[in-house]
Design a protein around this ligand. Sequence first.
Ligand code: 0X9
Ligand code: ZN
Length: 609
Amino acid sequence: MIESTMRFLINLGVCLITPATALAQDINFGAFHTPAQFESELMRLPTRFPGLAQVITIGTSLLGAPIKAVKISDNVAADEPAEGDVLFVALHHAREWISTETALFIAEQLLKRYSTDAQLKADIDNLQLWIIPVMNPDGYAYTANAAGDRYWRKNRRNNGDGTFGVDLNRNWGYQWGLLSGSSASTVDETYHGTGAFSEPEAAVIRDFANSRNNLKVLVSFHSFSELYLRPWSYTTADPPGESTLASIVQRNIAAIAAVHGHTYSQTIWYTSAGEATDYFWGEKRIAAFTPELRPAGGGLGGFAPPASEIVPTGEENVPAAVALLHDAGSREVWIRDHAGDTGAEPSAVWTGSGWSAAFWESPDIWTVPATLTEGTSVTLNIRVLNNTGAAMTNVNVAAYWTDPRIALEFPSLTTTVIGQQTITVPPAGTTITMPWTVPTGTNSWGERHWCVGVVVTHSRDMPLTTQAERSSNVAIKNFSTTVVTASQTLLVEATNFLNVDAELRVVVDSLRLLPGWRVVVPRPAPREARGPLSGIERKGRLLAATGQLLRPGESALVPVRVEVPRGAVAGQSADVRIQGALLPLVPGRRQVLGNGFTYRVVVDSTRRR
Ligand code: 0X9
Ligand code: ZN
């Protein structure tokens, strides 16, 4: 009787005290969580941080377990597609428990610091952060099950031959199946599965990432060895944009080392094809990294370090995560992609028939003289803007040129360095100059067109992609080494690179024409066998000519002429932008032809109307 009364009182006491303390109670990282404890801590975050944290189920594992993501953002219940997205994933590999603990540790730290760290708050307010701490729930359950195996790596696919499991970090669709640190043998720890994305766990993360409007960076946490890896994984060769990735890796390694003195290394001694970060960089040019957490060494036991390693591992990885959020969420130093660019990313989007803005026409990149004669040395001018209100020191500005028909990203394997400077950018911005020897001859498509790209990097504001329209740190400018006079006709060449018949659409943007100037696009010659022409249409400042049908592989030359009024003075000039697109005759997406070009048209003394 006394005993039961006592129990009642104790329980009552617990009932009275629990609600307040449970909300305030931090997660205990003094021991590895069981999967059930982990789940309950995860589900407690939205209650502890209302309006800021949400847990959603993004898909289901092979054996039917939910795959969950913690979303951290202001207005957390609303999807804000204009904001950038950041994705952290852990536990591709079941036994790498410290990666899961670290993902949860980072989530809790960000949520706790949000209210006191104004910079972090601003970045989170400007982003949607998604943390998927357990990508492989079936494997996780198996490693925690006494009847299972603490050192299980793969998922729990029954391969049908007495073996189980696919290595989820060999199942991604970039270079999938290449026998480079990836195995076709079901029994192997690196078995790649029956096809790219054969495993629902990898497909769920891929689909979730693709459903995001504006994914900027991916971190895939693993253990162990204390490394901070970047693509490529499938080969030891450098990827396009290697220096962009390497700068981030070095900055993050320094941030990690500053906490407890553990300096993570940049390289691993083996390759792995079908790995997650290769997919994101290879397919999408989204910066992606693989930190391999503590410990630095050890055999199998390295996957089960002492629980006392959890907190320091989490602590040293928070600053690198915060730095990536700032890269993604802020715009400290930047260059405009077009005159209307505010720094928001993307600065232009494909609308189905053209780009919403000419992002290859940065007003902050120009030459003196403006007219380019091949082989001559000109002065390249670059204006760098500063959004912080204070001088920014140690800003690295790198300029490159390339053949825009080969690659339109900076840097890439085919870009040539024009120059590189480390500068201070005052609040009002600054313009730097460097000499550039104008390329001679023609590009790979036989055109006298070249593209200059500029990349601005600061340790607090790094580019997360090599593509101008998706990064305020990257800007490009197309140049033509041909100057046409107003009496000449431009011949614009377009090739149908699709494998179906397509209608050619040429759009001429007369935005910069002086009053009275006119662009003339002759009606394409009729081809009876290929249907009627739809002719020429004028919409605002755009002149569009459609109707020319091209077989696959076929090219057309479209004449474009600029007519100037009688009063035009010799030497006056205007830039005419020309963009081509292909409209497939079978249902399909319109395809843009290259990035378009801008011709400089000058009035010469022999002009006529
Ligand atoms: O092999 C893997 O999937 C990763 N290492 S782990 O010990 N956690 O399994 C490394 C993936 C990244 N690999 C390279 N960058 N080569
Ligand atoms: Zn791993």
